[in-house]
Design a protein around this ligand. Structure first.
Ligand code: GLN
Length: 446
């Protein structure tokens, strides 16, 4: 833990991953843990971890990188934070992100712009860009992120680390500030696949505080590490290897497939025919859910409150006008519009139907294949400022990760080579609740 703080001190002025440090309490916790008998110490005992700032931590400011939550000190811990403590992990601080997890570059944070440790002129990805950058820069060996449309996997790819979005329902969302509740999942970001499996084991499981958490057994994911992949069947969607995906990215995936083939796995081209509608479907549904979830930030209950308001309505309006950033407002407007009486059938309901088709695409492929493999992102990390004025190009970055959230299946990104000195990510997607096979394949490649 001391080493983590020393490293943060040394590099965070450049990387800018942390929003708040928990130094005093973390060192106290670490000291107290000396008393724990050796036989009660699990594999993650005493290790430092950083937590994305949309996961509530008792007594430690939680802002979602938004001005509207400035000064908000939660009175309880998220279920995952409690589970981290139970596993002996030490939360060293809260990590920067795009405001309310909306973004792909960390440029939507109200507080700072995290940089890519591989090249500070490039973005770390988003929205869990701070978590991925902190792990890549060696500030912490473990971090938690959240993934609604790619926010764990895309930054993991951009920063050359391992990031898993678990099956929807695998990890409790209690205490995760909701963006799009039907898509959000918390997941681990680590340097190695084995670390990732161990951390997922620690945070998984049904929770009476989250009715969407699934009552299914949590396997020992780490037992899948190093298991033979002989005979395993891999589907490679042609939609993930075509137009828009850079030559280097495609080449790196084909190289990775050779490595897996050499170990006895077989791969074939498959199709996820509704992929082209995923982006539009996601931005309609996620913005609709966000417009409802973010209604609670009214200046009364949490964080920031506009001072000059003369009556209650003005207080709501001014607080929200001053507290939310541009991207969040854009999504609230889009979502409110698509849920309104005149457009509900044409947009929201239609998008729900397309979501079902996308889910069925995955089910069809998984009838014949164990995992789906492709790139995580169409290109390596782009430059700071490059896409900031063009929301649609920014959204297009998530084209390969979003279908996974819509289908609710698990997906990981692992490092898979470099282009121009920047890391690339390999995405491995599995069946519902079959994270084990993903870890098995990931470790075979790693
Ligand atoms: N970049 C996507 C968005 O802006 C995904 C975000 C996420 O997964 N939280 O919505």
């Amino acid at each position: 833990t001391e080493e983590a703080f020393a490293r943060i001190e040394a590099v965070d002025a450049d990387v800018q991953a942390f929003l708040a440090l928990n130094k005093e309490k973390a060192l106290e916790q670490a000291d107290a843990m000396d008393q724990t008998p050796l036989e009660d110490r699990g594999p993650l005992f005493g290790l430092p971890i950083g937590v994305k700032d949309n996961i509530v931590t008792e007594g430690l400011e939680t802002t979602c990188a938004s001005k509207i939550l400035e000064g908000f000190n939660p009175i309880y811990d998220a279920t995952v934070v409690r589970k981290l403590r139970d596993a002996g992990l030490i939360t060293v601080g809260k990590i920067n992100m795009d405001e309310f997890a909306m973004g792909s570059s960390n440029e939507n944070s109200a507080y700072k712009k995290t940089k890519n440790p591989w090249n500070l002129e490039h973005v770390p990805g988003g929205s869990s860009g701070g978590s991925a950058a902190a792990v890549a820069a060696g500030e912490v060996p473990f971090a938690l992120g959240s993934d609604t449309g790619g926010s764990i996997r895309q930054p993991a790819a951009f920063c050359g680390v391992v990031g898993m979005k678990p099956t929807y329902g695998r990890v409790s969302r209690f205490g995760l500030v909701a963006f799009a509740s039907s898509l959000d999942q918390i997941g681990p970001i680590t340097r190695t696949v084995e670390d990732n499996a161990l951390l997922l084991e620690a945070i998984s499981g049904v929770d009476e505080m989250d009715s969407t958490s699934a009552n299914v057994e949590v396997p020992k994911f780490s037992e899948a590490i190093g298991k033979s992949i002989k005979g395993l069947r891999i589907g490679v969607p042609k939609e993930y290897m075509g137009e828009g995906v850079s030559e280097e990215v495609r080449a790196s995936v084909l190289e990775a497939l050779k490595v897996l083939e050499a170990q006895g796995a077989v791969w074939e081209e498959v199709s996820l025919p509704h992929s082209e509608y995923a982006l539009a479907t996601y931005y309609l549904l996620s913005s609709s859910e966000a417009s409802s979830n973010l209604a609670r930030f009214d200046g009364i209950r949490y964080g920031y409150r506009a001072e000059e308001a003369k009556n209650l309505l003005e207080l709501y309006k001014l607080t929200r006008a001053q507290g939310f950033g541009d991207e969040v407002k854009r999504r609230i407007m889009l979502g409110t519009y698509s849920l309104s009486a005149g457009s509900y059938d044409a947009y929201y309901l239609k998008a729900q139907k397309v979501r079902t088709l996308i889910k069925q695409d995955f089910e069809n492929v998984f009838e014949n294949y164990d995992v789906i493999v492709g790139p995580t992102t169409p290109t390596p990390a782009f430059k700071v400022g490059e896409k900031v004025d063009d929301p649609l190009t920014m959204y297009a970055n998530d084209i390969l990760t979003i279908p996974v959230n819509l289908a609710g299946v698990p997906g990981i990104s692992i490092p898979c080579g470099f282009a121009d000195g920047l890391p690339l990510g390999l995405q491995i997607i599995g069946k519902h609740f079959d994270e084990s096979t993903i870890y098995q394949v990931a470790s075979a490649y790693e």
